[in-house]
Design a protein around this ligand. Structure first.
Ligand code: GCB
Length: 601
């Protein structure tokens, strides 16, 4: 066809091109307290359902894709795209909620932003940092590929030092949220597949050798021993000082050849807890660089069926949250959104939240640190993952690593969750076991959990004996007795057992309800049904001897393509305690009262 010769030539000229671009650099943490320049705002976009800007007509990566931002020299030249005359979308935000015709769109959209940039010092280095792009992101600066990232809910950054100009830069992102069988998550979820650049984009400027990442945490099980490491990046590491002035802590060390320095010390610290979410100003200095952070210190452990916060047993009074603003029907993205969502959890009387089913925006964990909410944070290993596929495991491992890397200094995060409702099999067990090993290597201080399923031992005995339980610190369990199975009143006669001597968190239970719809307590979708469901569920849950926490499903109604029932669901999962208009349903107050009265036995 028409383009055969040029493409052949290009393919020859660009032999090996695909493998020479820089890979995603390791993650720079604590982006909020660095010298950054925002690239948020309006970006030019091209909707590209056939990926014409990426693949040639032979389905090979086109070295002259849309990222070149070509302009025809004159009227004779053919260029079949034009960012300048294209539409715009706001970043950060999903595309689905910004344009009615993109509401159900899944595929590729190209984003382009032009900017000028002057470095503060000639020797400094610059990275572009994305809070998240759902799901697959190819990133280009000034016509060159700078990296590729897979995974819709975790941060990544790429170095742009050598490509950056003072004037006329253009960054292009190919964001593709196609659902794939081998992806994490798979095509089958119960939430909206919001696509696009859903979180902040920032340029981060750092010295030639800089503090890339660090841990400042209490050693596992200790209330006064600080374990610290700092990782510098660059060819001339300087001595590093970590100080917590208020606690009179000052540690100094010299990084080894790999840029790492490990330090430890005893410290007298006021501990972080939901009642008193104390955060300390922490300073990490190296050469002329100074990175500040706010960090809380606490311990989290288990003993038999108890969860111990700072050595004392706690009850986790929680709620599940999706990263969505129900009132906008859009991905939540701002600190204001986080304030609304966590504010509602506080109003319910929670000391704990489950951020389902993927890592939420860092605003959420930062704010949870400040508000005194313990957090369950998970990656989207959900339902039926392609367990035997090594590439899927590698992908899940990367998402896990990015989640832990970003939030390992957040006192609020007490639980890393590996998976949600995954079906028993050998390949699933070895997949998740491998994930748990990675999590423990990256962070040996937090508890590991997963939302498991339960089965009947006898008609009225629920049994948790999933073999994954042996590798977990805390058992999570989702159950919907009275909604998806049996009758609400059956809760009254059901007892629970487990083969493990470990704490249990009921990580989900709930019933759909349309705010303002009233009827008999047996009538589905009424406020009375949902309320009755909560009454019986909470009474049952309270009786489970090894139970130490609960997060009902869910804080607010959320969009889901799986929920088509007209006039009732209209593509919303209605299990929220708060509606999409912000109304509190009857069960909201029932749970609020339950939390106000519920105490550890
Ligand atoms: C579950 C899933 C959750 C769903 C919920 C439901 O078990 O973990 O993602 O949204 O049930 O409403 O069915």
């Amino acid at each position: 066809s028409k383009a055969r010769i040029p493409y052949l030539l290009l393919a020859l000229l660009s032999f090996g091109w695909g493998s020479t671009f820089a890979q995603t650099a390791s993650l720079i943490t604590n982006i909020d307290h660095r010298a950054t320049t925002s690239l948020n705002g309006k970006w030019k976009i091209i909707v590209d359902p056939y990926e014409t800007g990426f693949y040639s007509y032979r389905m090979v990566e086109d070295p002259n894709g849309f990222f070149k931002d070509r302009k025809p020299k004159d009227a004779t030249e053919l260029v079949e795209y034009n960012f300048d005359t294209s539409d715009e979308l706001y970043v950060p935000s999903d595309w689905n909620s910004q344009r009615e015709d993109l509401k159900l769109y899944e595929g590729t959209i190209w984003y382009k932003k032009a900017f000028d940039y002057t470095k503060k010092a000639a020797t400094n280095r610059v990275f572009v940092h994305f809070g998240a792009v759902n799901y697959d992101a190819h990133v280009y600066l000034n016509g060159k590929k700078i990296g590729h990232h897979v995974g819709g809910f975790t941060p990544f950054n790429m170095e742009v030092t050598d490509l950056l100009q003072e004037k006329g830069n253009f960054i292009v992102v190919k964001a593709d949220d196609k659902r794939l069988k081998e992806a994490v998550p798979t095509p089958n979820t119960d939430w909206w597949n919001y696509g696009g650049i859903t979180r902040d984009v920032k340029l981060v400027e750092v010295p030639a050798t800089f503090v890339e990442d660090y841990t400042v945490q209490l050693a596992k099980g200790s209330l006064n021993k600080l374990d610290v490491w700092v990782k510098t990046n660059g060819t001339s590491p300087q001595p590093v000082t970590v100080s917590i002035p208020e606690a009179k802590v000052k540690l100094t060390g010299t990084p080894d050849a790999s840029g790492m320095v490990k330090l430890s010390s005893n410290a007298k610290l006021k501990l972080w807890s939901p009642e008193s979410p104390k955060l300390y100003k922490v300073q990490i200095t190296s050469g002329s660089e100074k990175v500040e952070d706010e960090i809380g210190f606490r311990s989290i452990e288990t003993k038999g069926a108890d969860i111990l916060l700072n050595k004392k047993p706690v009850l986790l009074k929680g709620i599940c949250i999706h990263e969505e603003m129900p009132t906008r029907g859009a991905r939540a993205y701002s600190m204001e959104d986080a304030q609304t969502l966590l504010g509602w959890a506080k109003e319910l009387g929670c000391n704990y939240v489950r951020l389902a089913h993927y890592p939420h925006n860092e605003n959420m964990t930062r704010l949870a640190d400040k508000m005194g909410l313990m957090v369950w944070s998970e990656i989207p290993v959900y339902w039926t993952v392609d367990w035997a596929n090594p590439a899927t495991l590698a992908n899940a491992k990367q998402q896990l690593t990015e989640m832990i890397t970003r939030d390992k200094n957040k006192a609020s995060v007490v639980l890393w969750s590996m998976a949600n409702e995954t079906p028993l099999s050998d390949s699933r067990l070895s997949f998740l076991k491998s994930q748990i090993e990675t999590a423990r290597q990256l962070d040996n201080t937090r508890l590991i959990t997963a939302a498991l399923e339960v089965h009947n031992a006898t008609e009225n005995t629920m049994m948790i004996d999933d073999p994954l339980g042996q590798y977990l610190d805390v058992l999570g369990c989702n159950e919907y007795i009275g909604w998806y199975s049996r009758k609400i009143e059956d809760c009254d006669k059901i007892t629970w057992q487990t083969t493990y001597d470990k704490p249990l968190i009921i990580s989900e239970t709930g019933a759909d309800c349309v705010a303002g719809m009233h009827g008999e307590a047996t009538a589905r979708f009424t406020e009375e049904f949902q309320d009755n469901f909560y009454q019986h569920q909470l009474a049952m849950i309270k009786r489970i001897p090894f139970l130490r926490g609960v997060t009902p499903w869910i804080l607010a109604d959320f969009r889901s393509p799986r929920r088509p029932l007209p006039s009732i669901q209209d593509y919303w999962n209605r299990k929220g305690l708060i509606s999409d208009r912000g109304e509190r349903k009857k069960a909201f107050y029932t749970l609020q009262k339950f939390y106000a009265d519920w105490k550890l036995k």
